[in-house]
Design a protein around this ligand. Structure first.
Ligand SMILES: Cc1ncc(COP(=O)(O)O)c(C=O)c1O
Length: 459
């Protein structure tokens, strides 16, 4: 059961800085009716978030109706990399609305052609075609279909998909099967015998009794051999689905591990798909996360920051793979919606013209330096800092037992909210940090002090 944030307004010290403004009790009493209507009329699975009712969001700031103002370190879960209500995206949307083109189903339209051309132009050469969808989970489902269709061009039994335990790929059936987490896929009622899960290569699993550098390539082979012992025939693997870092903790795979995986995939004619839905489009200081590993995946699943705020996702790959499904056999009513494509095009242009990938790398340096200092200062509380670029996760432990503490991070998020800062509440032992890549250096520095203050006051 996730932590429930209290909806009872708490009198907090007023905050007035250049970037934050908190002047009412939090949550603001004027917003309680909205929260209770949502509780009454909406499925509870949507709830559990910090009780801030967003009225307006611009660049890296979020406002409620009382003009309380927060610095946003969530980018609405890594969507608004180019800033909330980015002016280029807003004017592209306005132009499309004024032009009177809201939907065309699969009939062609010009903005779709322009957006797809731009998407393929900005991505590395091996990606020649894209298929557009709305949600990230649809993109991972689509990649599953392409991987298996490709496998079947080799042999009818080449259907196996290998993914990682605990990875996030979405909430639909195939995506939840990929997770390998029995608590979240129990509702499915059966296991797909062609889905296989590797344990995530956590850094704390790098035990080496000989004190040598841990051999992650060997570890990959050992984990694959363990699957073989359970009955997996390597020839029957159609492909790998890799969340490009483990979402809840921003934990990257060891490079040698991923390189060994990609070599294995080549040997056995399997596809490698990276799920870049969360980390893509500059979040980690490179356009895509896979570029940190020095490999070339066959497929990329994209979403979230692809459009900067509208429901748009995609799978991209070579023409040979993307054209496997017949005419009309991979389509969706809202695919390539003109508004989403207009937003997507403007968003890619904004990322390019604002040098946001390079900016994420530069500001990420500032962020990670400060977080390392924080870890030194609170070494009894903070166990790990992970991430790259403007992505970070701070993992907390219980100072007494040294074990992961799933409650303290919720309190840090709540405290930070009362001080005018929104952090990503994961419901686990981590808080996640992911401001819009447009955040100013000054605001970034201010926030690092707020995180420090919040931990200090709760210690
Ligand atoms: C890595 C990853 N894949 C897939 C998804 C699912 O995307 P969506 O929520 O748009 O369906 C998410 C969402 O958080 C994600 O982080």
């Amino acid at each position: 059961m996730k932590h429930q944030f209290s909806r009872t307004p708490v009198d907090v010290l007023p905050v007035t800085t250049k970037f934050r403004n908190i002047k009412t009790a939090i949550p603001a009493p004027e917003t309680l009716k909205i929260l209770s209507d949502l509780e009454k009329y909406e499925a509870r699975s949507m709830h559990g978030q910090l009780p801030v009712v967003w009225d307006k969001a611009e660049d890296f700031q979020v406002y409620d109706v009382c003009r309380n103002c927060w610095i946003d370190f969530t980018s609405t879960i890594f969507v608004t990399n180019a800033g909330h209500a980015n002016p280029q995206i807003i004017s592209a949307l306005q132009r499309t609305i004024d032009h009177r083109l809201l939907h065309t189903y699969t009939f062609a339209h010009e903005i779709r052609a322009k957006f797809l051309k731009k998407l393929i132009e900005v991505t590395p050469d091996q990606y020649e075609k894209a298929f557009l969808l709305s949600a990230g989970t649809e993109a991972t489902e689509c990649a599953l279909k392409l991987i298996r269709m490709h496998g079947q061009t080799v042999s009818q039994t080449k259907l196996g998909i290998v993914s990682f335990q605990g990875a996030m790929h979405g909430r639909t059936m195939g995506a939840e099967m990929l997770k390998g987490d029995p608590s979240q896929s129990a509702w499915i009622g059966h296991r797909d015998p062609n889905m296989h899960h590797l344990p995530f290569p956590y850094p704390w699993a790098a035990k080496d009794s000989f004190g040598k550098k841990y051999d992650w390539a060997k570890r990959f082979q050992e984990d694959m051999n363990a699957l073989k012992e359970k009955g997996l025939n390597f020839e029957n693997i159609a492909g790998f689905m890799i969340e490009s870092y483990l979402g809840w903790g921003a934990i990257f795979y060891p490079i040698a591990y991923i390189k060994a995986l990609v070599d294995f995939a080549k040997e056995y004619d399997c596809l490698v798909s990276f799920d870049e839905i969360q980390g893509g489009f500059g979040r980690t200081g490179k356009l895509f996360v896979y570029q940190h590993y020095g490999v070339e995946p066959d497929l990329l699943c994209l979403g979230k920051a692809l459009s900067g705020g509208l429901p748009l996702s995609a799978v991209i790959g070579s023409q040979k793979i993307m054209d496997l499904p017949e005419f009309g056999s991979m389509s969706s009513t809202h695919s390539a919606n003109p508004l989403c494509c207009a937003a997507g095009l403007a968003n890619l242009e904004a990322i390019e013209s604002g040098n946001l990938v390079e900016e994420s790398d530069r500001k990420g340096g500032m962020l990670h330096n400060c977080l390392s200092e924080l870890k030194k200062k609170y070494s009894d509380r903070i166990s790990w800092i992970f991430g790259k670029g403007l992505l970070a996760a701070v993992l907390f432990k219980d100072p007494e037992t040294g074990k992961p503490d799933g409650f303290f991070p919720s309190r840090v998020c709540e405290k930070a909210m009362q001080k005018g800062l929104l952090l990503v509440h994961t419901g686990r032992e981590s808080i996640k940090i992911g401001p819009p890549l447009t955040i100013s250096d000054e605001a970034l520095e201010e926030v690092l002090d707020v995180i420090k203050e919040s931990i200090e006051e709760l210690k």
